[in-house]
Design a protein. Structure first.
Length: 253
């Protein structure tokens, strides 16, 4: 009887030890799985991601095209878990959109900050000191039908100024590399039958004042620039004496 009790006690102890060992192994496996998942989540959160961040103030109504061309944003690489919901990483996603609210320097750009543009309004294409000005040109002075929106032009003004030349007439480069925002397809009927049509230019504020004064007091000429790699041309003030003293310029083929 004593032998039987000893055997049962030994078996019970052995089973307890085996059960404890199995429990320890299972706990170790679960711990390893948990640690693996934790490391994976930490690694995923720390993975780098690129986002667009406002470098300067982006005012409400500013179009994405202006933001990109005017250096109002920059690309930053940050940990993924620091990116705001809807953060924009590719500027292409903002194409055709405008800001619905002011976006301050250092702020991440998100899709919620923009909406699809429902209009091609001129103010959405202007920033800071840029201004839009409408200027009437006739067909001979404005190359109407040849100059299109998006082109770049130089604007000259002819004035009567006795101090500038003995003949009183002088021609001056007024503004260069001016962006054409809108242009007429054909010459229209202007006030008084002048057959002038309005072009809209994007210029700096100071140039807008000069162009406005010259429109009222002189004769404007618009000269189309090359589409790419345009070299600067600075002819200075052109007067009758300048023409008489100059040599013929070879015409390129």
């Amino acid at each position: 009887m004593q032998h039987i009790l000893s055997s049962q006690l030994l078996a019970t102890r052995k089973g307890t030890v085996m059960l404890g060992a199995a429990s320890a192994v299972l706990a170790a496996v679960l711990l390893l799985v948990y640690l693996g998942q934790y490391r994976k989540s930490v690694s995923s959160g720390a993975a780098p991601i690129t986002v667009l961040v406002a470098e300067k103030l982006i005012s409400k109504g500013t179009s994405a095209s202006v933001i990109g061309s005017d250096g109002l944003m920059q690309v930053l690489t940050i940990p993924r878990d620091q990116a705001k919901e809807g953060a924009v990483s590719d500027p292409v996603l903002l194409k055709g959109r405008v800001a619905v609210q002011d976006i301050y320097p250092g702020q991440q750009l998100t899709l919620a900050d923009f909406t699809a543009a429902t209009t091609d309004a001129i103010p959405t294409k202007l920033v800071r000191d840029q201004r839009a000005i409408a200027v009437p040109f006739d067909a001979s002075h404005g190359m109407i039908g040849h100059i299109q929106p998006g082109d770049r032009v130089d604007i000259y003004v002819g004035l009567y100024d006795e101090a500038a030349s003995s003949a009183g007439a002088v021609l001056k480069l007024l503004a260069e590399n001016v962006y054409v925002m809108s242009a007429p397809g054909v010459a229209g009927g202007g006030i008084g039958g002048s057959n002038s049509s309005n072009f809209v230019f994007r210029v700096r504020g100071a140039d807008a004042a000069k162009i406005a004064w010259s429109t009222d007091n002189g004769t404007l000429w618009m000269v189309l620039r090359p589409g790419n790699n345009a070299e600067p041309v600075r002819p200075g003030n052109i007067t009758g004496q300048t023409i008489l003293k100059s040599r013929p310029t070879p015409v390129e083929p």
